[in-house]
Design a protein. Structure first.
Length: 287
């Protein structure tokens, strides 16, 4: 197989990236385990391996460096990077042909734009993207073709995508990386000024990422820190609406009984109220 893309950086052994590490230290609040994990994730993403079968979801409110971090990845990966519209991985109301999937061929990292509130993840498609099997795609007015995905999927945003919460396949894939630090307004710097400082360090960032790849290879898999594991677990619990209904609205006991029809109606009533509440909140925000 011919390699037709490159990371357009000069390899300079032993060069370092102090400004970039300072940036990571700021956005992760000095949490070394999180920084080490990010190093492994980036190193793994450089490779053509897809054995982790996961989606990296960078989650947190504003002023925490997520978008700047994504821009640095774009500069690092060069031609191996692809910025996709978030609609790529969200449920669609129609079944139109997806020409955007063809753009993913040959990429090592795909980062989506920010996700809006209340959107549902296209779970089957995400499983296809992260499962390592061949994908079928086509460009506009062209024939279909198949390709093996080598890319790692990264998503970032201030809102969490909605999932069914019961599909073990999708639950196993999502890894929520929490951005819990909010940078004080007086310390906020423009993205351009940060990027300008970091661009000269890109060869050093590449070295740092390659060390992350070596760590990942030696460990045999990603080593998830407790912060990621707990944040992911809480997210999945939040998405399991049936279990939440049972926990909040039902008394559970060995000798308790209830007709399935009544239980279902109770769940439907609560679900309808939650939908109405969401619509009211959206209306208030718009107005």
């Amino acid at each position: 197989m011919l390699i037709r893309q490159i990371i357009d950086l000069e390899y300079i052994s032993n060069t370092e990236c102090p400004k970039f590490l300072e940036f990571l230290n700021t956005i992760f609040g000095g949490n070394i385990s999180m920084i080490d994990f990010i190093q492994e994730c980036i190193g793994y993403s450089l490779s053509g391996f897809t054995t982790e079968d996961c989606l990296f979801f960078l989650y947190g409110t504003g002023k925490n460096g997520k978008s700047t971090f994504a821009e640095i990845l774009k500069l690092l990966f060069g031609n191996y990077f692809h910025k996709a519209n978030i609609e790529l991985i969200l449920q669609q109301k129609n079944n139109n042909i997806r020409n955007d999937i063809a753009d993913l061929k040959g990429k090592r990292i795909v980062i989506t734009s920010e996700i809006a509130d209340g959107r549902h993840l296209a779970e089957s498609l995400v499983k296809d993207f992260t499962g390592g099997d061949y994908i079928t795609a086509r460009r506009l007015y062209q024939d279909y073709f198949t390709f093996k995905p080598f890319f790692k999927l990264w998503v970032y945003g201030n809102h969490k995508p909605i999932i069914r919460g019961t599909d073990e396949g999708i639950k196993r894939r999502i890894k929520l990386i929490p951005f819990t630090v909010t940078i004080p307004s007086k310390e906020v710097r423009s993205r351009d000024s940060i990027i300008a400082e970091i661009i000269p360090e890109l060869p050093g960032i590449l070295n740092w990422a390659l060390k992350g790849f070596n760590k990942w290879r030696e460990n045999g898999s990603l080593c998830f820190p407790s912060e990621v594991s707990m944040a992911t677990e809480n997210y999945l619990k939040e998405m399991d609406r049936v279990q939440n209904f049972v926990n909040e609205r039902c008394n559970v006991g060995v000798n308790y009984q209830m007709k399935v029809k009544d239980l279902y109606e109770g769940y439907q009533n609560i679900a309808m109220k939650m939908v109405i509440l969401r619509l009211v909140n959206v209306h208030l925000v718009i107005n």
